[in-house]
Design a protein around this ligand. Sequence first.
Ligand SMILES: [Zn+2]
Length: 327
Amino acid sequence: MGLIPDKQGSKLGSTYFEVTDIQKNFRPLHKDATSVWVHSIPAVTTVGLDGQPHQIRSYATEMCVSTSRSGVGCRPCTTKDPLWDKLDQKSKTNRKGLRHDFGKKMVHLLPVLNLTTGKAELLKGGNQLYEGMTVWLTSQPEAGQDLRRCEWGAWKTGKNMQTKYTTTRMDATPFTITPELEAEAKSVLERGIADMTPMTAEAFAAAITGGEDLPVETPALPAPAPAPQGLTASNTAAPGHTPVQHAPAPAPAAPPVPPAGSDVLTGFSAWLQAQSEFSGAGMFDHLIPILQKHTGGVNYHACTPEQLTTLKAALSAKLDELRAKKA
Ligand SMILES: [Zn+2]
């Protein structure tokens, strides 16, 4: 199974680490989190004829599957919100005050050992939950940039929109990840990503209109992007927002202006996808660690041609190593 599942709507149901108002401790099972962009479809409430508030749309989320800054291939990136006029002011615009539709945020996924239950679970959260871990990780010398070195505690305070997530680092203690635990870690991450499978076109149209009969044309999506293109980096990506296309007709997304070096990128993507060692389990074992080392995350689309050359050299070295082992 790839990072982006093939079957639309399949929800495998991962096991999640629940952050509560009481501190609970965990041990990371991966060096760093895997990060994805997730769009929000804000809830919409209006006042009905009876003077009472009526929720006409529920809150929902949708993983961003675009492979480029233009949002090509992602429905929320390329669809105007039909209920945008009815949103509260805060949901209408981005931090720069510009209109945005279905804004997106980084979500981080880290397999952890829950030290209370003794089970592998997935710690899923935004930048705030991961801030402490990110700060510590980036303060370490490169060889020590591994979250598995320490135990961590996590808790939350406040409620609803005011909820604040905090983590605290414990002393480093020796810890061995057994092959069983490693397999569990891989499984909770894969299932967690599968839980975010994009909706079908019909489900998305229904989700954004709240079931109202509104004219919504959502662009047809190509087959789910081959992994790991739907994923973006946690540490390198700007916190800003991908520009949304506001064409009156739902643009069968015009191809983005090719950035300089795009031939190199296209060539690199094609090469990468042809390497079977980097698909399936190999993606987690070999590809992602190298991508994280070279790009700070798992996105290579923002790399310069020079960085891609270095990345390809590192990946080729890994391939040589893997093939030598097999031979
Ligand atoms: Zn998107």
